[in-house]
Design a protein around this ligand. Structure first.
Ligand code: ADP
Ligand code: MG
Length: 432
């Protein structure tokens, strides 16, 4: 069985409205580059092209299979984001307030099912900058490579057992705040470093790993001399990554030693791991040459098959069994996808329920306010009547009339609000 690397393209949709845009169109899973009325180039090597889709859509449409393989302890996955700086790699991986990235979405689903499936979760978070490894969970650590029974491993790297979603989110938040505040020129540095988030699930001596990589910007290195060193390192590691992936098709022994990035990825870049690449481009015309470089890298990736060799020759019955198993796995993934959607719908229902309850309590408050106002008006009437009886001057009567008119207006206003609230309540009357 030879499985292809999954290659997805994402165009930064929030820039689509900019005037000086290249014309990209999406037609099914193809990307069309419109050159003129009559000319277009079709890029048809993607598993899927995402344009307006949110991180949530992307997760549901392309990553549930990996989630399934992971929580069922069947297969590890390695997911990376490749593209020029500013195309949205970090946004896709980490997201922002109100738009969770895929790292958090994986964590959420993994922890939601932890009790039921009984796996242990370990996390690590590291950065490679100028060919140096930095442990983002504990910067005092100095991670180093060592060889264990012929396998390359990293020592002095925090690999934390984390038992809840909240704990994992807190760890990420702390690491991100530290990175932002302690490093000068954070943006420049983050575009020049690779960040790697590793989620390790273990159960009954089995271990599966999900590796999520936010790669350094793939743009050509700057000509400014003090940046050349970083640029050369980035080029070296992206080139080594490209070579490693390309060689998966051909060479029996893969070479991980060409860069720190590929060395770190040795356990997650085996042939039996699911590889998923997100290639990101900007729609802006001025970046067209970088976008074309990314497209060319994507096209190379899409041709690579992961050579997964079954250890024995299968008999016919085995093949039937195999097909059945495959079908079963597909169905299970579909169930998982539906489950994730159901959970989201439930969350939406809960938030609507809260809004409804807020509305209802406002409605009750308004009614109470109305009664209070009525009482105040009556009191005032009584007071003014008393005063006018004692001092029968017409001026006071006028004041009373004005005051009464004013309060009646307020009452009318309130009644209108109540009517509105009733209307909204009627529109949103769900069967809870
Ligand atoms: P990269 O990591 O590729 O350099 P970023 O993820 O940092 O790019 O994105 C650059 C900027 O664009 C950030 O401010 C980010 O919030 C914003 N951005 C990227 N993609 C999107 C998107 N799909 N929707 C809204 N904002 C986005
Ligand atoms: Mg980034």
């Amino acid at each position: 069985m030879a499985e292809k690397i999954k290659v997805y393209l994402k165009i930064r949709d929030d820039l689509q409205k900019e005037e000086d845009n290249e014309r990209w169109e999406v037609d099914k899973n193809n990307l069309k580059q419109i050159l003129s009325e009559k000319e277009e180039i079709v890029h048809n090597y993607f598993d899927r092209v995402f344009l307006q889709e949110t991180n949530k859509n992307i997760f549901e449409e392309s990553l549930v299979q990996s989630l399934h393989n992971l929580i069922e302890m069947k297969k590890s996955s390695t997911i990376f984001a490749y593209g020029q700086t500013g195309t949205g790699k970090t946004f896709l991986m980490m997201g922002n307030e109100g738009n969770e990235g895929i790292v958090k979405r994986f964590l959420k689903e993994i922890y939601e099912r932890q009790k039921e499936r009984g796996y242990k979760v370990k996390l690590s978070f590291l950065e490679i900058y100028n060919e140096k490894l930095i442990d983002l969970f504990n910067e005092k650590n100095e991670p180093k490579f060592y060889s264990n029974k012929g396998e390359l491993q990293i020592e002095n790297l925090e690999n934390k057992v984390v038992n809840s979603l909240q704990e994992s989110l807190d760890l990420i938040k702390t690491a991100e705040i530290k990175r932002r505040t302690e490093k000068t020129d954070f943006n420049l540095r983050s575009s020049r470093s690779h960040t790697i988030f590793v989620i390790e699930l273990s159960k009954n001596n089995k271990k599966e790993i999900l590796t999520l990589i936010d790669l350094a910007g793939s743009e050509k290195p700057s000509q400014i001399s003090d940046r050349r060193k970083e640029g050369a390192f980035i080029n070296k590691s992206l080139l080594a990554l490209g070579n490693l992936i390309t060689n998966m098709n051909e060479t029996p022994h893969l070479n991980y030693r060409d860069s720190k990035l590929t060395r770190v990825l040795e356990p997650s870049m085996k042939r039996e791991v699911d590889l998923i690449a997100f290639c990101l481009i900007s729609p802006l015309k001025k970046f067209i040459s970088e976008s074309l470089r990314t497209l060319s890298f994507s096209s190379r990736l899409s041709e690579i098959k992961m050579n997964f060799k079954p250890s024995k020759i299968q008999k016919n019955e085995d093949i039937n069994l195999c097909e059945c198993e495959e079908e079963k796995e597909k169905l299970k993934t579909e169930i998982l996808r539906k489950e994730i959607k159901m959970n989201e719908i439930n969350e939406e229902i809960n938030s609507l329920r809260n809004k409804y309850e807020d509305l209802l309590s406002n409605f009750i408050n308004e009614n109470e306010e109305k009664d209070l106002l009525k009482k105040r008006i009556q009191n005032l009437e009584r007071m003014i009547n008393k005063i006018t009886e004692t001092f029968p001057q017409s001026k006071l009567k006028d004041i009373f009339l004005i005051e009464k008119g004013l309060f009646n207006l307020k009452m009318e206003d309130l009644n209108k609000n109540i009517k509105n609230a009733k209307k909204i309540k009627h529109e949103k009357s769900y069967d809870f």
